[in-house]
Design a protein around this ligand. Structure first.
Ligand SMILES: *Cc1c(COP(=O)(O)O)cnc(C)c1O
Length: 348
């Protein structure tokens, strides 16, 4: 039954009987075993993918937003604000409209996938695009929050992390234990922080955490902020992650790693998920599989068997960024409107 993450995991979350619950019934997402992928890439382990793209606004951000917006209502806020590469603004706008709050959104001009921008707009957020990148946008909204009575709903807001940790709970509930390895994309690094917090609170035996950044947007891997981050995976196009230190803590405490994958590796994993498993994700999500393929080739999993369980997170839905899908495929052939011509085009 879908009831939303606050009702489902109430005793693990910072809510009381007085907290109004603003929910769109987020969470309870599928954990899919992907055997075609296991075979194709010779994975020696069982791979399960947590398909967060089927949350109400199409990304995992909804798990954090239900808690952040509910707490904002409880505090009596009127305005919420966020900087966004797209999905945070889509989620904030939807939950704010449900809560009758006003949402203010700052985005980097020209680098928001069309689906995400349309969501922020249709839910009635006030959207401002800046001639700068995500890191500039986050700096601006933090300054606004110091001066005006508006609630920040980026993952710097601890209520976001609290909500997002419920995905780790769901994985453990579904498997009956924590996985051996947990792979995911890393952008602003709030989500890897949230998963690690969730595993620590929920189980004694925890996974090795594997985080993947995009090659030209990999500040944690390079060890310094990136001034002009670039990648087709716009959701992780971030040069100075807000939760940098916490991501490193998740990596180090779990004996894991944070590494980078190229745009080409991301795109081939993106197509593999769609063609082999029927799973359509946005490019940032595919960095999870790209990273696992890369590490399997390096023999990182040489001790793994078919008893070994690896979970990967697919953070957002493919329909967020339809341009990318169309650009990565052969275009439909256009023919005369006759059965014969259509058959010839199909090589029938
Ligand atoms: C926000 C987002 C990420 C990155 O998550 P962080 O918490 O910023 O590391 C990855 N993929 C998608 C689809 C996202 O929306």
């Amino acid at each position: 039954m879908k009831i939303g993450v606050i009702h489902k995991y109430r005793k693990h979350l910072p809510v009381t009987d007085k907290t109004p619950v603003i929910t769109l019934q987020e969470g309870s997402t599928p954990l899919l075993r992907v055997e075609n992928i296991e075979k194709e890439f010779n994975f020696p382990f069982q791979l399960y993918l947590k398909y967060e793209g089927v949350n109400p606004t199409g990304s995992f951000k909804d798990r954090g937003m239900t808690v952040a917006i509910s707490k904002a209502v409880e505090k009596g806020c009127e305005y919420v604000i966020c900087a966004s590469t797209g999905n945070t603004s889509a989620s904030a706008a939807a939950y704010a409209s449900k809560a009758k709050l006003k949402a203010l959104v700052v985005i980097p001009e020209g680098s928001i996938a069309l689906g995400k921008l349309s969501q922020a707009m249709i839910h009635g957020a006030k959207v401002v695009a800046i001639k700068g990148n995500f890191d500039d946008a986050l700096k601006i909204v933090r300054e606004i929050c110091e001066k005006y009575p508006v609630e920040l709903v980026n993952s710097l807001n601890p209520n976001r992390i609290e909500g997002q940790k419920t995905a780790a709970f769901e994985i453990v509930d579904a498997l009956g234990r924590a996985p051996d390895f947990h792979a995911m994309p890393v952008g602003n690094a709030g989500n890897i922080t949230a998963y690690w917090k969730g595993y620590k609170e929920y189980c004694a035996i925890r996974p090795v955490m594997m985080g993947f950044q995009a090659a030209k947007s990999a500040p944690i891997v390079e060890g310094h902020p990136i001034k002009k981050p670039e990648t087709i995976a716009t959701a992780i196009r971030i040069g100075n992650p807000a939760s940098w230190k916490k991501a490193e803590a998740a990596r180090d405490e779990s004996g894991g790693l944070i590494d980078k994958v190229t745009d080409d590796e991301i795109l081939s994993a993106y197509k593999a998920l769609a063609e082999l498993e029927g799973i359509f994700v946005e490019p940032a999500s595919a960095s999870t599989l790209a990273g696992l393929i890369k590490y399997n080739k390096k023999s990182y999993f040489k001790k793994a068997t078919k008893e070994t369980i690896v979970v990967g997170v697919l953070t957002g839905h493919g329909l967020k960024d339809p341009d990318r899908a169309i650009k990565s495929c052969f275009q439909p052939e256009i023919v005369e409107a006759t059965t014969a011509k259509v058959c010839r085009a199909f090589d029938l």
